[in-house]
Design a protein around this ligand. Structure first.
Ligand code: SAM
Length: 165
C-alpha cells in the first residue's frame, strides 16, 4: 500500500464484518522519527535510529529483568492499515501475492513484530534500535528475544531440550 488506502492493479479487497471477537490492551506507544508511512523503513535495522517505547506506568514493574537482554521482541499494532485485502501488489516489485505471503502492514489483524536492540531502560522508557513503525504506533507486547534463552538441561537422556516460553 502507499500512504493512502487505494487499491493497486490486481489487488483484491473483500467485504468484512466489523471485527469484534478479541480486544487488545495497548501497553504503551512507540515514539519514532517517522510521521508518514512513506518515510518508514520497510523493516527496521539494528543500527537504525534510536526509538523510544513509552510504557503505560501500570506496566513499569513488568519490566523487571528485561534489562538483562540485549535484544527483545516487540509486537505493535499497525493502526493505520486497512484490513480487508486478500491480494496485494507491493510497490517494490509489482507482483501480486496473497496477504499471508507478505509482511505488509495490511492484514486482517495488523500486528507488526520486530527484534530490536535494547539500548537502555530509563524511568519506564525503553530506548531501542531496529523499528520500522510510525510515531505513535500502539505497543502490544514486549518479550525477551527467544534466541537469548539458554535452553534448560534435558531432565533425562533422550528428552528434548525445553525452551522457557
Ligand atoms: N517489522 C514488522 C513486521 O515485519 O511485522 C512491520 C513491517 S511493515 C512492512 C512496516 C511498514 O508498515 C512501514 O514501512 C510502514 O509503511 C508501515 N507502517 C508503519 N507503522 C504503521 C502504522 N502505525 N499503521 C500502518 N502502517 C504502518
Amino acid at each position: 500500500m502507499t500512504g493512502g488506502d487505494d487499491l493497486r492493479a490486481n489487488e483484491k479487497a473483500i467485504d468484512l464484518a466489523p471485527a469484534s471477537d478479541a480486544a487488545l490492551r495497548f501497553i504503551g506507544w512507540v515514539r519514532t522519527p517517522w510521521q508518514s508511512r512513506d518515510d518508514c523503513p520497510r523493516q527496521g535495522r539494528l543500527d537504525g535510529p534510536e526509538c523510544r517505547l513509552e510504557l503505560d506506568p501500570v506496566w513499569y514493574e513488568a519490566l523487571r529483568g528485561l534489562e538483562d537482554y540485549r535484544t527483545i521482541e516487540l509486537l505493535y499494532w499497525l493502526d493505520k492499515s486497512r484490513r480487508d485485502l486478500v491480494l496485494q501488489s507491493p510497490k517494490s516489485d509489482g507482483r501480486t501475492l496473497g496477504t499471508f505471503a507478505l509482511r505488509s502492514p495490511v492484514r486482517p489483524n495488523p500486528i507488526g513484530t520486530s527484534i530490536v536492540k535494547l539500548e537502555r531502560i530509563d524511568a519506564g522508557n525503553l530506548f531501542v534500535r531496529g523499528l520500522d513503525c510510525l510515531d505513535g504506533t500502539p505497543l502490544i507486547d514486549i518479550k525477551p528475544d527467544r534466541c537469548a534463552f539458554t535452553p534448560k538441561a534435558p531432565s533425562k537422556p533422550g528428552d528434548a531440550e525445553v525452551q522457557e516460553d
